[in-house]
Design a protein around this ligand. Structure first.
Ligand SMILES: [Zn+2]
Length: 265
């Protein structure tokens, strides 16, 4: 546990990362926000709760406490340098997925503020991922990372039509051995849910940066359409739907562990 994220240590090679279910805003950030912004609509609602079962699988889990509107942990840290002085839609967004301004006067986050948020909130999360993956690789000879996300089923600004329920991303095969990813995907396609691999969502910065199969780190992102476990309109968690989805998630994660173990035997 740090003051920016929560960490649970397991005893398997699997690390689950939950970067977007954080709800906290900084007072200095919230003060400038529009009503749309402080409503934090782009939260990966309840993903940490959905994945609580991974303790039974003995996986480690890292959960961010702060909103992606403070700093987006799934974007590269040099975003500020790349877009200095311009509208940033990346690491410190100024607009919601729906296209609403997050800040009064249609403002953006100043480059200096971006740097401070990266230092204070982005770096601790990534230091933990990096050190945990290194420790797992030392202990087991390999490490596996599952970056856990969710998103509304319909976001016209980001994609056409209704999103499949299970969206597996391996950066088109670069972040995870094809053999391992295929086994996880097979479990998804055999479930009651619609599933796609490397479709609209191929994995963000976390999956792309840490997934390095040649150096024995395999990373998969799973983007879940929120209709599978919650009421998207009210944002309420649906226990019945979530329990059912958890069976599939549990099978996919066990498949990830088993397939990787087999590859290294
Ligand atoms: Zn997310």
């Amino acid at each position: 546990m740090t003051d920016t994220c929560s960490f649970h240590a397991g005893s398997t090679p699997l690390l689950i990362s939950v970067p977007h279910d954080g709800r906290l805003l900084l007072e200095s950030v919230e003060r400038r926000m529009t009503a749309a912004g402080s409503d934090i609509p782009d939260t990966d609602w309840h993903v940490a709760k959905l994945y609580e079962f991974v303790r039974e699988l003995d996986a480690s889990m890292l959960v961010a406490d702060y909103s992606r509107y403070v700093v987006d942990l799934n974007r590269p840290p040099d975003d500020a340098a790349l877009y200095a002085g311009q509208i940033s839609t990346g690491i410190c967004p100024n607009m919601s997925f729906a296209g609403e301004y997050l800040y009064e006067d249609m403002g953006v986050v100043a480059a200096q503020d971006v740097r401070e948020r990266v230092d204070a909130y982005w770096l601790p999360y990534h230091s933990l991922i990096e050190s945990k993956l290194a420790a797992l690789r030392d202990e087991y000879g390999y490490a596996i990372l599952w970056d856990a996300h969710s998103i509304p089923s319909l976001v016209p600004r980001l994609f056409d039509g209704e999103l499949p329920v299970l969206n597996i991303g391996t950066n088109d095969g670069d972040s995870c051995s094809a053999n391992i990813a295929e086994q996880v995907f097979e479990i998804a396609t055999a479930s009651d849910y619609s599933a796609v691999m490397n479709g609209r969502f191929k994995g963000g910065y976390i999956t792309r940066h840490y997934g390095d199969p040649r150096n024995n780190v395999h990373a998969i992102q799973l983007e879940i359409a929120q209709r599978a476990y919650m009421d998207e309109a009210s944002r309420e968690y649906d226990d019945v739907k979530a329990d059912k989805l958890r069976d599939t998630l549990s099978s996919m994660l066990e498949g990830f562990l088993v397939a990787t173990k087999r590859q290294y035997e």
